[in-house]
Design a binder for this molecule. Structure first.
Ligand code: HEM
Length: 408
């Protein structure tokens, strides 16, 4: 029974989280997929793609070559009108290509993000973190932890790694943030993308003639060698710049109220100097926080039988990674934050399969350093406002907090 008609009521996606439960997936989504790992939802353009929430079903589909990220295919479930409108203007990249085209881009992109190269950055990331915390402690109270630490830490790190001038951070942060809002219009989406893309095209051209010791210069060298076009190289740089600051920033900001809600767990993190305990805590927070909550977009290229349904060729698929991280079959007591959870690392927070996050090692090191430092250095850290006054990013593709007033 794969027909949309067989599902009694097709709810709208995205769905709101429950009032007062900012850390849990929408209850309506859970109810919808309680029996089966997938169901139909209706999105902004009236189409009714599948939404997949089960952990095993997600991994099966993310690893299936019949499932495509090619956003040009008719029936592709675009995030919003802006993304659909700009489809012919977006250069090809890891984000919208399948193997073997994807393999070519991905090989060029992964160089700076290997385990070894990222581990070598750990002392620099520790220094940035300590300096930012020093500056916050020296300033007035309350302080906004997002502005003081969560946003500048990953932005400084990725800017340094890519060779993007940090002075330009207001420009790229603002445009990136608008570009991933749920309500962005086609016009605004084109404008923010055009501005960011133009910026990266200029930077790539500069690095091609005046290379420095950074990742963007390595990418620009591939343009000189004829392996990449300038728009492809700019798109690569832009993808890394956006994915590299917004995500980690949300993980840092959102973890703080979640840990303050769970003082026993916070104490485990605050009182340890064992890097394994901190690394385990990072995996559990990646699982629990679910900052990528809008659903990864795919389309079936052939009929696929899964979870008692048939996804027909040409039908859209939304893979809602956060729900899989709360799948009770894999994670017992899934709604509990348990920093010692033995299998936390099996989360789908970085995706799965060939599109799995390029920057995951970098994100892990950033989060290990921040979570391992913040509560040890500021054991009295507390919210400066009641929890229900915190503004959560319900309307963004990446969930988090807009600001976080804190005292100590
Ligand atoms: C906690 C932080 C992060 C989270 C939760 C996260 C999550 C994800 C997820 C879920 C995907 C898979 C998307 C899909 O399959 O549709 C992804 C892909 C990607 N991420 Fe991350 N990410 C994080 C940090 C980073 C950082 C720091 C960078 C770069 C420096 C980065 C670069 C990328 C890139 C380039 C891709 C596309 C890979 C491909 O399509 O082959 N991410 N990320």
């Amino acid at each position: 029974m794969s027909d949309a008609v067989t599902q009694p009521r097709i709810p709208e996606w995205p769905m709101p989280r429950a009032e007062g439960c900012p850390f849990d997936p929408p209850p309506e989504l859970r109810a919808l997929t309680a029996e089966k790992p997938l169901a139909r939802v209706r999105i902004w353009d009236g189409s009714t793609p599948w939404i997949v929430t089960g952990h095993a079903a997600q991994r099966a589909l993310l690893g299936d070559p019949r499932v495509s990220v090619d956003e040009r295919l008719p029936g592709f479930p675009h995030w919003h009108e802006g993304m659909a409108a700009a489809v012919d203007h977006r250069p090809r990249s890891v984000f919208n290509s399948d193997a073997p085209e994807h393999t070519r881009y991905r090989r060029i992109m992964t160089g700076p993000f290997t385990y070894k190269r990222v581990e070598a950055l750990r002392p620099a990331i520790q220094k940035i973190t300590d300096d930012l915390i020093d500056a916050m402690l020296a300033g007035p109270q309350p302080a906004d932890l997002v502005e003081a630490l969560a946003l500048p830490l990953p932005t400084l790190t990725i800017s340094e790694l890519l060779g993007v001038p940090y002075e330009d951070h207001d420009f790229f942060q603002e445009n990136a943030a608008r570009g991933i809002a749920h309500d962005v219009s086609a016009e605004e989406s084109m404008r923010t993308f055009g501005a960011l893309n133009g910026y990266l095209v200029q930077l790539v051209a500069k690095k091609a003639t005046e290379p420095a010791d950074d990742a963007l210069s390595d990418i620009a060298a591939r343009v000189n060698d004829g392996d990449l076009t300038v728009p492809e190289a700019a798109m690569m740089g832009l993808g890394l710049l956006i994915a590299g600051h917004e995500t980690s920033a949300n993980m840092i900001g959102l973890a703080v109220p979640a840990l303050l809600d769970n003082p026993g767990q916070l104490a485990l993190l605050r009182d340890t100097d064992d890097p394994k305990v901190v690394a385990g805590a990072v995996e559990e927070l990646l699982r629990y926080l679910g900052i990528i909550h809008g659903g990864q977009r795919r389309i079936a290229k052939e009929d696929i039988e899964i979870g008692g349904e048939v996804i027909r060729a040409g039908e859209g698929i939304i893979i809602e990674l956060f729900s899989a991280n709360r799948d009770a079959e894999v994670f017992p007591g899934p709604d509990l934050l348990d920093l010692g959870r033995p299998n936390a690392r099996h989360h789908n927070a970085f995706g799965f399969g060939i599109h799995q996050c390029v920057g995951q090692q970098l994100a892990r090191v950033e989060l290990q350093v921040v979570y391992g430092t913040l509560f040890r250095r500021i054991p009295t850290l507390a919210l400066a406002v009641p929890r229900d006054e915190i503004r959560f990013k319900h309307d963004r593709l990446a969930y988090g907090v807009y600001e976080l007033p804190v005292t100590w």
